[in-house]
Design a protein around this ligand. Structure first.
Ligand SMILES: Nc1ncnc2c1ncn2[C@@H]1O[C@H](COP(=O)(O)OP(=O)(O)OP(=O)(O)O)[C@@H](O)[C@H]1O
Ligand SMILES: [Mg+2]
Length: 250
């Protein structure tokens, strides 16, 4: 299979404390990867480093055949803007813009699509995620689930090949989580490679593979195969994950 992203011997320390310890990770084109692990194990740090939001101390991150670790900030932000979307646990939308304008902004900034195309794509994303009716609202005038959908739309405006999420459902209730994960699975089925950090085995059950981080190293890996929405299969996947975590001793 084709690697879209590859981390080779990534290391990162903060205050002389090793946070990422020689991490090797290959992510295949079209894959849906979930990163799990105890709090403080380095999950967010790993995600930031493989998405070019942060620079490792040593090692390489390759996007397709390009070595991201040698790029300067400006080159990196261009690659990110054009190829990658990022969703944070708390959506970080801009307060003085409407939901709609928040979504369009990175589209206009990237300059890949015309203004008309950005508008059309914004409409499509608002429809796909079911928040068309609140597009004109201020970000204070929507629910947590709607806000997170808006963050997904914003991350997708430039049709990224890679979508990253750091606990994208961490602030949501179960129903909103299910709805958001349905959107992630749809995006993944449409061809986008998805990488998320999550604590929630039910969320991880949507992924095709899970890696488990302990003390900045990949401690274990579980291959689940592609998610299929059939109920019986979902329960089996969740059970498989709970059993796996139990065997790992976490
Ligand atoms: N910018 C930073 N400066 C200093 N230390 C940091 C920084 N970012 C992370 N750390 C430290 O690195 C360790 C790993 O943090 P990280 O956020 O990657 O963990 P995590 O696995 O995502 O945890 P959680 O599940 O709680 O989100 C923590 O001990 C954290 O305090
Ligand atoms: Mg984290």
């Amino acid at each position: 299979m084709n690697n879209i992203l590859e981390a080779v011997k990534l290391t990162k320390s903060y205050n002389n404390q090793t946070i990422l310890n020689d991490v090797d990770l290959q992510i295949n084109q079209g894959e849906f990867l979930a990163i799990m692990g105890p709090s403080g194990s380095g999950k967010s740090t790993l995600l930031y480093n493989i998405s070019g939001m942060d620079q490792p101390d040593s090692g390489q991150v390759k996007f397709r055949d390009e070595n991201l670790t040698i790029l300067n900030d400006q080159e990196m932000s261009q690659i990110r803007l054009k190829n990658m979307g990022f969703i944070f646990q708390h959506s970080y939308l801009l307060k003085n813009l409407s939901i709609r304008d928040n979504i369009s902004l990175p589209g206009l900034k990237a300059g890949i699509l015309s203004v008309e195309e950005v508008n059309e794509h914004t409409d499509n994303l608002l429809n796909m995620t079911g928040i068309r009716q609140v597009g004109g609202n201020d970000i204070k005038q929507v629910s947590g689930g709607q806000l997170q959908r808006a963050a997904i739309c914003r991350a997708l405006i430039n049709q990224p090949t890679l979508l990253f999420g750091d606990e994208p459902t961490g602030a949501l209730n179960q129903q909103a989580t299910t709805e958001i994960m349905d959107i992630f699975n749809q995006i993944n089925e449409d061809g986008t490679t998805v990488v998320i950090v999550t604590h929630d085995p039910n969320v991880a059950a949507r992924a095709s593979r899970i890696v488990y981080l302990v003390d900045g190293q990949i401690h274990a890996e579980l291959n689940l195969g592609n998610y299929n929405s059939a109920e019986v299969q979902r329960v089996n996947r969740e059970k498989q994950i709970y059993d796996w975590l139990e065997n790992l001793g976490f």
